[in-house]
Design a protein around this ligand. Structure first.
Ligand code: TYM
Length: 348
C-alpha cells in the first residue's frame, strides 16, 4: 500500500437543528483533531437534499442551515484559516468521483445499509435514488482528498466500512494502471473511522432506545446547540429517568438506557470517564445529578450557542469563509480527480 499523508475529513448535513449528539459525537472531536492533523470539514449540502423537500425544508432553509453548520464549526473552535471549511456543492469533484464509485460499488453492498432502511421507512420504492446512493457520495467526499482519518459518531460506522470497501475495490480493479502510473500498490487509502469519547451515540432525552436526532418531532428529545440556558434546563429536568438512584458502578447502568445516556453526556461534557461521574453522583438523588448536568451543559454550550448566533448575523463573513475554503478544497480535489481520470482512461 502506498503511503499517504495523514489527513482528516468529515462532514455534517445542513438539515434541521444541530444538537448535542452532533457536538459530542463529531464536532467536538473535529476541534481536538486540528491540533495534530491537517483537516477538511465539509457542510454536506448535496447529502441534505436526499430526503424529500419537506424534510430538508426547501431552498431558504437549506441556505440558512448551511450557514448555521459553518457557524457551529467556527464557534466550536475550528480555525477556518488553518483548516478548510466549505460547502460540498461548491466542489463538483465530489459528485464526479461519486459517479466513478457508483460503477465500483455493488448493489448488494448498498442493500445492506441500515441507515437507508431507517430513513426510507416502509415506502422504500418512493425513496430517492440519492438517498440510496448517499454512502457512495460519502466515500467520494472522503477519497476525493485521499483522506486517511474520519471522525464520526457511531451511527456512521457502516458507511465508513463501505468507503473502505470502495477504496479497496477501486485499488484492485485498476491495480495495473495504478502501478503503471507510478502510484505504487494502492491509489486510495482505506480511511479509518475515528469514533471517540464517552458519547459516540447520544440517545434521545425522551426515549433511551432512540438516537438523539435532528428529525425527532419532539424538541424535548434533544438539546440544540442554539438552545438558550432556560431551554437546556427545562429539557434536562424533563429528561426521562427511572425511579432508582444512580448506581456507584458502571455495571449498575445496564438495562437503564436513560440513566446511562445522561451519565455519558455528563462525562463527555466534563471531559471525564463514566466511572468518575458515578463516583461523584452514585447513590444520590437524580435531581441533584440533573441540576449539576444543567449547570455543566449551560457552561459548555452557552458560549457556543451565543457565538453561533453572533456569527449568523454576519452572513457575509460566513459566506467568505465557505468560498475561500471551497477554493482551497477544489485545488486538492481536482488533482486527485485528474489522476483518477488517468487511471480509469478518460481523456482529458
Ligand atoms: P449528520 O449530519 O447526520 O451527522 C453529523 C455527525 O454527527 C454524528 N451524530 C451523532 N453522534 C452521536 N450521537 C448522536 N445521536 C448523533 N447524531 C449524529 C454523526 O455520526 C456524524 O458524525 N453522513 C454524515 C455526513 C457525511 C460525512 C461524509 C461524514 C457526509 N459525507 C464524509 C464523514 C465523512 C452524517 O451522518 O451527517
Amino acid at each position: 500500500m502506498a503511503r499517504f499523508d495523514q489527513l482528516v475529513f468529515s462532514g455534517v448535513q445542513p438539515t434541521g437543528n444541530l444538537h448535542l449528539g452532533n457536538y459530542l459525537g463529531a464536532i467536538r472531536n473535529f476541534v481536538e483533531l486540528q491540533k495534530s492533523y491537517d483537516c477538511i470539514y465539509c457542510v454536506v449540502d448535496l447529502h441534505a437534499i436526499t430526503q424529500s423537500v419537506d424534510v430538508w425544508g426547501g431552498p431558504a432553509e437549506l441556505t440558512r442551515a448551511t450557514r448555521e453548520v459553518a457557524a457551529a464549526y467556527i464557534a466550536c473552535g475550528i480555525d477556518p484559516k488553518k483548516q478548510i471549511i466549505f460547502n460540498q456543492s461548491r466542489v463538483p469533484e465530489h459528485a464526479e468521483l461519486a459517479w466513478v464509485f457508483n460503477c465500483v460499488a455493488r448493489i448488494g453492498w448498498l442493500n445492506r445499509m441500515t441507515q437507508f432502511k431507517e430513513k426510507a421507512g416502509k415506502d422504500r420504492e418512493n425513496a430517492s435514488i440519492g438517498l440510496y446512493d448517499y454512502p457512495v457520495l460519502m466515500a467520494a467526499d472522503i477519497l476525493v482528498y485521499r483522506a486517511t482519518h474520519v471522525p464520526v459518531g457511531d451511527d456512521q460506522k457502516q458507511h465508513l466500512e463501505l468507503s473502505r470497501d470502495i477504496a479497496q475495490k477501486f485499488n484492485n480493479d485498476f491495480a495495473q494502471d495504478i502501478a503503471r502510473l507510478g502510484h505504487g500498490e494502492g491509489y486510495f487509502p482505506l480511511p479509518e473511522p475515528l469514533i471517540q469519547g464517552p458519547a459516540t451515540r447520544v440517545m434521545s432525552l425522551r426515549d433511551g432506545s432512540k438516537k438523539m436526532s435532528k428529525s425527532d418531532p419532539s424538541d424535548y428529545s434533544r438539546i440544540n446547540l442554539s438552545d438558550e440556558a432556560d431551554a437546556i434546563a427545562q429539557k434536562v429536568r424533563k429528561a426521562k429517568t427511572d425511579p432508582e438512584p444512580l448506581p456507584s458502578e458502571v455495571e449498575g447502568l445496564a438495562g437503564r438506557p436513560e440513566a446511562d445516556n445522561l451519565v455519558g453526556i455528563f462525562a463527555a461534557l466534563d471531559g471525564v470517564a463514566r466511572p468518575d461521574v458515578l463516583k461523584r453522583f452514585g447513590g444520590g438523588q437524580f435531581s441533584t445529578f440533573k441540576n449539576a448536568l444543567v449547570d455543566l451543559a449551560v457552561a459548555r454550550l452557552g458560549p457556543i450557542g451565543a457565538e453561533m448566533k453572533r456569527l449568523q448575523t454576519d452572513a457575509a463573513y460566513i459566506d467568505a469563509v465557505l468560498k475561500d475554503g471551497a477554493e482551497r478544497a477544489r485545488a486538492r480535489a481536482t488533482r486527485v480527480m485528474d489522476e483518477v481520470k488517468d487511471i480509469v482512461g478518460f481523456l482529458r
